[in-house]
Structures are given as C-alpha cells and as structure tokens.
Design a binder for this molecule. Structure first.
Ligand code: AMP
Length: 280
C-alpha cells in the first residue's frame, strides 16, 4: 500500500482517502465522489476493524459483501483499494494504541468502552499506510469525526480532514451499513431518531434555546416509540461535546438508541436563526 501511495504521490499529485468498513451504501458513495472531485488520485480502504467492536457478536454480525463493494468502488472511479486482513493490520506482538482521551470517554465511548481507541489506532495506521493529502469522513459519525480531527492535529499528521454531510433515506433515517440488520418493524420505528433531531430544530426555531428543554423534547419523541431503547439524547457543544445550557453559541444534538440488537446513532447541528426572539 505504501509503495502504491508513494507512486501515486510522486508526481506532486493529491491523494484523497476514504476509509470504510465495507457494506457500502450511498453515504459511502457521496464520500468517494467528493474525494474523486477534489483529488488526482483516490484511495479507499475496506477493513472491518475488530478492535473497535465492544462485542464479538456485533463484529461477527457486521454485514460483509466484498464483491459488491469492489464493484461500487470501481463505479466511483477509485484508483486504489486497500483490503488488508486482520493479521496484516495486527500481526503477532502488536502492542501500540492511539488514545484520544477526553473525547473518547464520553457518549459513544461510555456505551462502547474501547471503541474510539480502536478507531483512532486503525485510522492512524491507515493514514500511515496511505499518506493522503485529504481524508473524507461522514458527519453521521460526529464524535468519530472529532476524535479523528483531534488525533490528526495532535500527532501533526498534516492531513486535511474533510467532513461530508449525512445521507438519509426518504423518511429521514441516516444511511448506515447496520440498517439492513433491522427487522421491518424496527426499520419503521428507527425513523424516530431523525424525527427527534428535526423536532429539536423546530422547537429551537420557535425561539426556545434552552438545551434542557430541547433535550426533553427529543427524549419524549423517542420514548413514544416503544421499539426504541434510548441510550442517550443530548445537546452538546460542537467541539468538546460537553453538555450545554443553551444553544446560543452553537450546538449539536446527538442521539443513540437500540432497536432489537441493532444500535443506531444520528446527530444534527442546531441552527440559531439570526435575530430570532429567544423564549423561555
Ligand atoms: P463505515 O463504513 O460505517 O465505517 O463508514 C465509513 C465512512 O462513511 C465514515 O466516515 C462514515 O461517517 C461515513 N458514513 C456512514 N454513513 C454515512 C451517511 N449516511 N452519510 C454520509 N457518510 C456516511
């Protein structure tokens, strides 16, 4: 991979990198297209990283379809596909980790201990192998995006991290490789996550900027859907992801819930209409 990447870069070309865990959908396609538009060469990786799963069952149940993935990557004009196996990424004696401590200890990190250490370590390894000019990540995984931006800055990697908007189904459900594991009743119920986020923005648009009130609305919207088991519905500052009292200085709403054995996350940046009257 390093040799191919060195050659790709040798003529002063730019390299865009899209790391994935396969089971590719239109959300991945949007990242690949953006990378294709903005760079001379595009590299994509397909690796289901065992160290970021908290439960072995979840790792084993993670959807895999490498043939179809290869076809999609070819359709999107990817120049180099990196498909390492587990032993190649974690050979015997592997003992180094990358930990982005504060950001990894809250929210997803609290519900999935070790998850972000697994993500940060594998992404650092992939960055070292590919050496991209830019790397593309979805806003869908907001906390992951922040972890990756942090480690890129902290370790002086000199890679531009590009944030891509969340692609959604017509009913609002964020596209995710996990969606195909939802049984049909849960698939219908899962729209409640994006509905709760949209609801928070609608309430904010009426002038209510109190984060506790907005959070209560979100939790209530999700509670009405009995198939949803809520892990969290919070409103935090967009950088450190600490809970805020008001959304006046900018905020992001984050939700996570389980539907059967499938855990889904979603988020939305909350806008404050300029000049809008604030209500209590
Ligand atoms: P994954 O294969 O789930 O690890 O995702 C690979 C990349 O695709 C990550 O940067 C994700 O944030 C991004 N991604 C996943 N779902 C979406 C979506 N619905 N819209 C945009 N990007 C997404």
């Amino acid at each position: 991979m390093r040799k191919a990447a060195d050659e790709a870069r040798s003529a002063g070309t730019t390299v865009g990198f899209v790391p994935t865990m396969g089971a590719l959908h239109d959300g991945h396609r949007s990242l690949l297209r953006r990378a294709r538009q903005e760079n001379d060469r595009v590299v994509a990786s397909n690796f289901v990283n065992p160290t970021q799963f908290t439960e072995i069952e979840d790792y084993e149940a993670y959807p895999r379809d490498p043939e179809r993935d290869r076809q999609i990557l070819a359709e999107e004009g990817v120049d180099i596909v990196f498909e390492p196996d587990v032993a190649e990424m974690y050979p015997w004696g592997f003992d180094t980790v990358v930990a982005v401590r504060a950001l990894s200890s809250i929210l997803e990190g609290e519900h999935r201990p070790g998850h972000f250490q697994g993500v940060a370590t594998v992404v650092t390894k992939l960055f070292c192998a590919v050496h991209p000019t830019r790397a593309y990540f979805g806003q869908k995984d907001y906390q992951q995006l922040k972890v990756i931006k942090r480690l890129t800055t902290d370790l002086n990697l000199g890679i531009e991290i590009v944030t891509c908007p969340t692609l959604r189904e017509p009913d609002g459900l964020a596209l995710s490789s996990r969606n195909i594991r939802l049984i049909s009743e849960d698939r219908k119920a899962a729209r409640v996550l994006s509905a709760a986020l949209a609801n928070a923005q609608e309430i904010a648009d009426t002038g209510i900027h109190d984060a506790y009130v907005l959070r209560a609305y979100m939790a209530q919207t999700i509670a009405v859907e009995t198939r949803a088991n809520l892990d969290y519905a919070v409103i935090v500052d967009p950088e450190e992801l600490r809970e805020v009292d008001t959304i006046d200085a900018g905020a992001v709403a984050l939700v996570a819930a389980r539907f059967g054995s499938v855990r889904l996350i979603d988020n939305q940046l909350l806008r404050v209409a300029p000049g809008a009257e604030v209500r209590r």
